[in-house]
Write a protein that binds this ligand. Structure first.
Ligand SMILES: Nc1ncnc2c1ncn2[C@@H]1O[C@H](COP(=O)(O)OP(=O)(O)O)[C@@H](O)[C@H]1O
Ligand SMILES: CCCC(=O)OP(=O)(O)O
Length: 358
């Protein structure tokens, strides 16, 4: 008897892009990135208004790549801002869709991943999954204390890519992920700095609200000045949220989220560009130092990943400040599509049971 092969569509909606890939078993058939300019997304007041736009683009690519929908056996999307949960592969269910639509935990492009996967899955009568969503929460109790009884620290991060990269580097040094201590830093549109202690992310700067600034986010801010800004009457609630989350960081200084453009400005003698880039590396290094104390100095590797890890300048500036802690390894770019597909594949092959979101 010949068993039919698994053919999996992986969908990763990001702030400025939608990335898709199709895998046959663990073999990549094709991968495509659709870039979305801030202008093209401006027409959609709410995140879910982008649903049909992104779906149409995905369907157009599948058609162009001669991938017939009926040949797919599963769909997997990047999981969004769900309730805090353990890492792993989850089957998309009604409760998940409801939570993502209500966006109780906040809006983020990844909230669309499960919804697009579920709707396509329903249409084709095949399962839909998410893997290691951004709300993976493995923080230790002590890390949850904020310093104000009304507020608690929460875990939002690039868990999918960081866990995949950590597993890969652990393997390269002949260990299991569950045996090592790493500090993994995702340098993308947002920045996550995470101590991984024997397979668990025991702390993280919330990539939406804390830690270093990033291409489009402000990171942690001086609290008293922020309170004054909130009550200045200059911004509505939505405007200020947008300013901090999508128009902070590099964008607030230079009107672009493209680090390469800011590097070019610095190379051409722009002193402001030079100091802001230095500050980005400085803040990331400082956060790594803090996370080294979380691991009590027992750090096997510091891993830099994400799009910005392609930048020689940023990598060198971070490395010179943190290399006294542990060897620095660079895995530029991200492996999110592959991690999504492999997470779904493990369940489809019966190697892992899909977790239930409730
Ligand atoms: N070769 C490169 N050199 C420097 N920066 C880069 C390079 N490629 C991408 N970047 C920067 O990486 C950032 C986006 O990272 P990425 O991981 O793609 O983000 P996302 O979180 O949106 O997936 C952008 O600021 C982009 O300019
Ligand atoms: C909310 C954590 C994940 C995140 O920040 O992703 P992007 O960098 O892709 O926006």
């Amino acid at each position: 008897m010949t068993l039919s092969k698994n053919k999996i569509l992986a969908i990763n909606p990001g702030a400025t892009s939608t990335k898709i890939a199709v895998y046959e078993e663990d073999q990549l058939l094709f991968k495509k990135t659709i870039e979305h300019s801030i202008e093209s997304l401006k027409q959609f007041p709410k995140l879910f208004d982008q649903y049909q736009y992104r779906l149409d683009l995905i369907l157009r690519i599948l058609e162009k790549e001669n991938t017939q929908l009926k040949t797919l056996t599963a769909i997997v999307g990047r999981g969004g801002l769900l309730k805090p949960l353990a890492g792993g592969t989850y089957r998309v269910n009604e409760k998940m869709i409801e939570d993502l639509k209500v966006a109780d935990q906040g809006e983020h492009a990844s909230n669309l991943g499960a919804v697009i996967a579920a709707n396509l899955g329903n249409q084709l009568n095949i399962p839909a999954f998410i893997v290691d969503p951004v709300s993976v929460d493995e923080m230790e109790p002590v890390a949850r204390i904020s310093g104000l009884a009304d507020l608690r620290r929460i875990s939002l991060s690039h868990a999918l890519n960081m866990k995949a990269v950590a597993r890969k580097i652990a393997k390269e040094i002949g260990k299991n992920y569950e045996e090592v201590n790493f500090i993994v830093v995702h340098l993308g549109s947002g920045v996550s700095v995470t101590p991984h202690k024997k397979g668990k992310m025991i702390d993280v700067n919330n990539a939406k609200a804390e830690g270093p600034f990033s291409p489009d986010r402000c990171g942690g801010l001086p609290a008293d000045q922020l309170v004054k800004l909130c009550f200045s009457g200059r911004y509505t609630y939505d405007e200020l949220r947008e300013k901090l989350m999508n128009k902070g960081g590099l964008y607030s200084y230079f009107g672009t989220t493209d680090l390469r453009q800011v590097e070019a400005m610095a190379t051409n003698g722009d002193l402001q560009a030079d100091i802001v880039l230095e500050a980005l590396a400085y803040q990331v290094a400082k956060e790594i130092g803090a996370m080294a104390t979380v691991l009590m100095g027992q750090v096997d590797r510091i891993i830099l990943t994400g799009g910005i890890a392609y930048s020689k300048r940023i990598v060198a500036d971070i490395t010179k400040r943190v290399k006294f802690i542990a060897p620095v390894v660079v895995v530029a770019g991200e492996e999110e599509l592959e991690s999504l597909a492999l997470g779904a594949l493990r369940v489809m092959r019966g190697e892992e049971v899909a977790a239930q979101y409730s």
